[in-house]
Write a protein that binds this ligand. Sequence first.
Ligand code: ZN
Length: 359
Amino acid sequence: MSADAIKLLKEKVFDKSRWMQLPRDVVIGHDVFQQLPSVCDDLKLGKKALLISGKSTMELAGNRVREVLLSNRSIVPFFAEEISLPLIKKAEMAAADADFLIGVGGGRVIDTAKIVSYNLDRPFISVPTAASHDGIASARASVAVEGGHSSLQAHPPLAIVADTAIIARAPHRLLAAGCADVISNYTAILDWELAHRVKGEQVSEYAAALSKMTAEILVKNAPLIKPSSEESAWIVTKALVSSGVAMSIAGSSRPASGGEHKFSHALERLAPGKALHGESCGIGTIISMYLHGGDWKGIRASLKSIGAPVTPKDVGIDDATAVEALLMAKDIRPERFTIFDMGLTRESAENLVQMLYME
Ligand SMILES: [Zn+2]
């Protein structure tokens, strides 16, 4: 074979090699903290852990996790009330002689544990107390930096142990936001396919199919999503883990993050702290679905029935800010091509925001 032919073969075949990192033990259900010792044994995690949690989540779940594991392990608690680079440094120092990490709480806590685990190269267990976004199972973590948020690459959790009784007790707003984050997979996939057609970006069919199916199952079950229901917590947590797995298969957040996520990040920059991540992604999904020519009214109806916001007003943001966020979306992570790169005008952006209020 000629050198050129070998080179071509290498490019065609060997470029297909992928390294997929997936969670290994996933335990979701009622009162599953009892399974934690078995999970640690199964994964041969060692005897010393740093347990990262928030003040209220420590009381809600962290202390119980500690009790369950204390019989033959040393578990050192660490409070992470916010996520910041100095706090991550502190947590890294506290974890210096830990064999593994446990993150018990919401997004900030899980992300802190995820980054510390990545930086120190130690495994970590994700113990979510709310099902508000797919970060509970993904490899990406978001940290506040000057002028917005920065998304960092890390490892996915080695195990996820999610107690649905605890998740069901979290405010419904969080669960509804988690649903909206999963529903946004629809337009994330449409954007990925668009980027394939327009820019030749490679699409992982497995990741795309799993991500889309996850959103479909959730929409099909939308009538079952109710406040304080353990069944709802179970459906949504499984969907969030499944979205995380789709991202792990793809090796990027592409299957679960398209233009609607860029809109969400833009909105967070312009009106920080108003909408939850999933909430603004849901609103972005309605708009993106319209631009893709899909069933945007169906998406809006599902979000409404779940109890997720569907207009800027619902999250206390004025329409003009939402218009700016739509126009800014293409400049957030510009290498990620989406429908917002197709030349959205200010007039269209204004009409799109008004469309959200239409009966
Ligand atoms: Zn998301």
